[in-house]
Design a protein around this ligand. Structure first.
Ligand code: IMP
Length: 182
């Protein structure tokens, strides 16, 4: 039985707030890339809702790729170790690569992925876009080129973000009060 109920969540971003901000990010990306081809790499599972909603507003030719990494253990804290579950990618040499994540927390996942791409490909450009950014928890020097919202060090769920695999399907984002004390 899950020890976190939907009614335990405090509201953070409504569906409308998320969608409005996603459209703004897409406008920035459309401005930046113009008509150039983009390889959009969505990091499963968390970023899938964001990547899909964002991609619908993009006006350049977009090739969607999905990779699977995991760093969260069983609960509210990162394991501090990134696990590449499936990182098969096409040839990204000379391509514009846009990595799409749900959240940057410690930054370990972002760093792992940016290093992996840097080591394996000579891209035309590599940009990192995260819906949420917990800047305060950063343990690396990576930063998002694009982000939706900077948030405090709260444990958040919904819109792709999970608790023990649950609640990704919520169309809004809520947070768990005092998750650090649980
Ligand atoms: P990082 O490697 O510590 O930056 O963490 C990145 C990954 O941890 C994200 O892609 C999420 O899957 C997960 N994560 C970080 N913070 C949260 C949270 O508050 N709720 C749910 N998942 C989170």
């Amino acid at each position: 039985m899950l020890d976190l109920k939907i009614s335990d969540l405090k509201p953070l971003f409504t569906e409308d707030e998320l969608q409005k901000r996603i459209k703004e990010i897409a406008d920035e990306l459309n401005d930046f890339y113009k008509d150039e081809e983009v390889y959009l790499i969505s990091v499963l599972k968390g970023s899938v809702f964001f990547a899909i909603d964002l991609s619908k507003h993009l006006t350049m030719p977009v090739c969607m790729e999905f990779i699977r990494l995991s760093s969260y253990g069983h609960g509210f804290k990162s394991t501090g170790k990134v696990n590449a579950v499936d990182i098969s990618l096409p040839d990204l040499n000379g391509k514009n690569v846009l990595i799409v994540e749900d959240i940057i927390d410690t930054g370990l996942t972002a760093k792992f992925l940016l290093d992996f791409i840097d080591l394996n490909f000579k891209t035309k450009s590599t940009k990192f876009c995260s819906l949420l950014d917990k800047k305060i928890s950063r343990q690396t020097d990576v930063d998002a080129d694009y982000h939706g919202f900077v948030i405090d060090n709260k444990f958040v769920v919904g819109y792709g973000l999970d608790y023990l695999g649950f609640y990704r399907n919520l169309p809004y984002i809520g947070y768990v009060e005092n998750a650090d004390k649980k």
